[in-house]
Design a protein around this ligand. Structure first.
Ligand SMILES: [Ca+2]
Ligand SMILES: [Ca+2]
Length: 472
C-alpha cells in the first residue's frame, strides 16, 4: 500500500442478464444483472491478494430526476477503495467508478482504507456519498496521527464524477468510527444528513450528526443527537429516514455491553427519535421500537463458527402517509429465525410484525416502500443448503406485500457459497453486513452481494435485481 492513484477509473461492464422469470398474472417479474466484475484497482500496490476482485457491503439509490439513473456503492478489495456502479439505462448496463480521494488507492494521501459506503440522491439529482476512512497506527510520516475519519462527497452528474471529499470528523483516540450513513431529504432542497457512531471506548459510544443545506458543498460541525445510552449499553447502527411530512427519524440500536465481550446475554433495543425542524432539535427520549435477541449468524455445518458481529443493524425506510418502518432479523438458539418489520405513523408507538418465519437462519435484511404502500423486504437464507456438502448454500429473496398481511416471495439469486465470500475481519458476515432496496417505477430494485459460483470475477460480485410488480 502507499501508492498513489490519481484518477477515477471507469470500467464499462457489459450487462449480463442472469435470470428472467416471465410475468404471470400474479407473479412479479425478476431481472438480475451483474454490476461488478474484476476490480477497477489495477495497480498491484493496491491489490490485497486475499480479497482481489472482492466487493462487500454497499447500498443503492435511484435518481428522482431520472429513474434510469441508478447508482450502487460498495467496498472494493477489502477496503482499498470505495467504488460506485453507475447505470443510466435502468440497470441494464453499468460503469464502475472509483470514488476519488477516499483512500490512498483512490488518490487520497493519508488514509489507507475506506469502507461502510452509502449513497443517497436528493430531489434535484445531487448524489451524496459518505464513507468511513481508516489509517493503521504505524504512522511514520508528519501527519497528526488521525486514525479514523468520516468523509462526504457529492456528484452532480449521476455518479460519474465526484467532488473533493469533505471530512466531517477525524479522530485520533476513538476506538472506531463506524457505520456512517447519508440520507438526502426529499422534502428540503439541497439538504442531506449524515450520521455515524463513534465508539470512544468499549464503555462509551455516541451517535454523531452533520447536515448540509447547500447541496453538499459544506457540512455543519458534527454534534451528538441521541442522549447517551443507558449505562452498560452502547449505541450503534444509526440511520436517518425522512417521513413524508418532512419529519426526520433517527433509528439506532442500543446493545448491552457484555454482549461485545461475552456474546449475547440480553436483548438489544431498537430505538428511534425524531426531529420536526430538519435536525436542529430532537425528541429528548428515544422510543423503543422493538428488541432483538441478537444471536449471530452461525455456520450450520460448523456451528462453532459464527458469522457476523453479535449485533444486528436494522434498516429503516419511509413510505407514503407518514409511515416509517424498520426491519431486522432475529435468530433463535435452535437455528430458526424470523424477520421482523416495525412500523409507526405517530413515531411515539410502534407495532412489530413477523413477516417471515423460517426453520433455517434468515439474515441480512433491507426494505423499501413503493409509492402505493407496497413494501419489499429482501434477505438471505440457508433454505437451499445441502447439509454435509462442501459449501454453505445461500440464497437471496424478496418478500412483497401490499397490505402488510399477505406476502409474496420471489427468488433473487443463489445458491452461492457464503463460506467462500470475502470477509472483512473474522467477525463480519462474509460479503458484508448490509445491502439495499429502493422503489422504482413499477416495482423495486435490490443491490446485493453473492459469492461463487454466482460471482464470476473473484470471490464476490454485486448484483442488481429489478422486481416488477406493476406496469412501468
Ligand atoms: Ca452445505
Ligand atoms: Ca468481483
Amino acid at each position: 500500500m502507499g501508492a498513489r492513484r490519481n484518477t477515477t477509473v471507469g470500467l464499462l461492464i457489459a450487462s449480463m442478464t442472469m435470470a428472467f422469470v416471465a410475468s404471470t398474472e400474479a407473479a412479479p417479474a425478476v431481472t438480475v444483472t451483474r454490476i461488478s466484475g474484476a476490480s477497477p484497482l489495477t495497480d498491484q500496490a493496491c491489490s490485497r491478494t486475499t480479497a482481489k476482485h472482492a466487493e462487500t457491503d454497499g447500498t443503492l439509490s435511484i435518481n428522482p430526476t431520472d429513474a434510469d439513473n441508478i447508482v450502487t456503492v460498495w467496498t472494493q478489495d477489502d477496503s482499498m477503495a470505495t467504488v460506485v456502479g453507475v447505470s443510466f439505462d435502468g440497470g441494464g448496463s453499468w460503469e464502475s467508478v472509483i470514488v476519488p480521494g477516499l483512500s490512498r488507492c483512490s488518490g487520497g494521501d493519508y488514509y489507507e482504507s475506506s469502507f461502510d459506503p452509502w449513497v443517497s440522491f436528493g430531489p434535484d439529482g445531487t448524489l451524496y456519498l459518505t464513507a468511513v476512512m481508516w489509517r493503521s497506527e504505524t504512522d511514520t510520516d508528519p501527519h497528526p496521527g488521525f486514525k479514523y475519519a468520516v468523509a462526504a462527497t457529492r456528484s452532480t452528474d449521476g455518479g460519474l464524477t465526484w467532488a473533493t471529499p469533505t471530512l466531517l470528523s477525524q479522530q485520533s483516540t476513538a476506538l472506531l468510527l463506524d457505520k456512517a450513513t447519508v440520507t438526502a431529504d426529499p422534502t428540503r432542497p439541497e439538504t442531506a444528513y449524515a450520521v455515524w457512531t463513534e465508539i470512544v471506548a468499549l464503555a462509551s459510544s455516541l451517535s454523531w450528526f452533520s447536515t448540509t443545506t447547500d447541496g453538499g458543498l459544506t457540512w455543519s460541525a458534527p454534534r451528538i443527537i441521541a442522549p447517551p445510552p443507558t449505562p452498560g449499553y452502547a449505541q450503534f447502527g444509526s440511520e436517518i429516514v425522512v417521513a413524508s411530512d418532512g419529519t426526520l427519524v433517527h433509528g439506532f440500536i442500543e446493545f448491552p455491553l457484555p454482549q461485545v465481550l461475552l456474546g449475547p446475554v440480553s436483548p438489544t433495543m431498537v430505538k428511534a427519535q425524531h426531529s420536526i425542524d430538519g435536525g436542529d432539535t430532537w425528541s429528548a427520549l428515544p422510543v423503543t421500537v422493538g428488541s432483538i435477541s441478537e444471536l449471530p449468524v452461525s455456520d450450520p455445518e460448523a456451528s462453532s463458527r459464527t458469522f457476523g458481529v453479535p449485533w444486528v443493524v436494522p434498516r429503516w425506510a419511509a413510505g407514503p402517509d407518514r409511515v416509517v418502518a424498520a426491519v431486522w432479523h432475529d435468530i433463535s438458539a435452535d437455528g430458526t429465525s424470523s424477520i421482523v418489520v416495525a412500523r409507526s405513523t405517530t413515531l411515539d408507538t410502534w407495532s412489530t410484525t413477523i413477516v417471515h418465519s423460517s426453520p433455517v437462519q434468515a439474515f441480512k435484511t433491507a426494505l423499501a416502500f413503493g409509492s402505493d404502500q407496497t413494501v419489499a423486504v429482501s434477505f438471505y437464507d440457508f433454505r437451499n443448503d445441502s447439509p454435509g456438502d462442501a459449501t454453505l448454500g445461500t440464497d437471496v429473496w424478496m418478500k412483497l406485500s401490499s397490505d402488510g398481511v399477505t406476502w409474496d416471495e420471489v427468488h433473487l439469486g443463489g445458491p452461492f457459497d457464503l463460506r467462500a465470500m470475502p470477509t472483512h475481519g473474522s467477525t463480519i458476515l462474509p460479503g458484508g453486513d448490509y445491502f439495499g432496496v429502493v422503489s422504482t417505477p413499477g416495482g423495486f430494485a435490490t443491490m446485493f452481494q453473492m459469492g461463487q459460483p454466482s460471482a464470476i470475477e473473484g470471490p464476490s460480485d454485486v448484483f442488481l435485481a429489478r422486481v416488477l410488480t406493476a406496469e412501468e
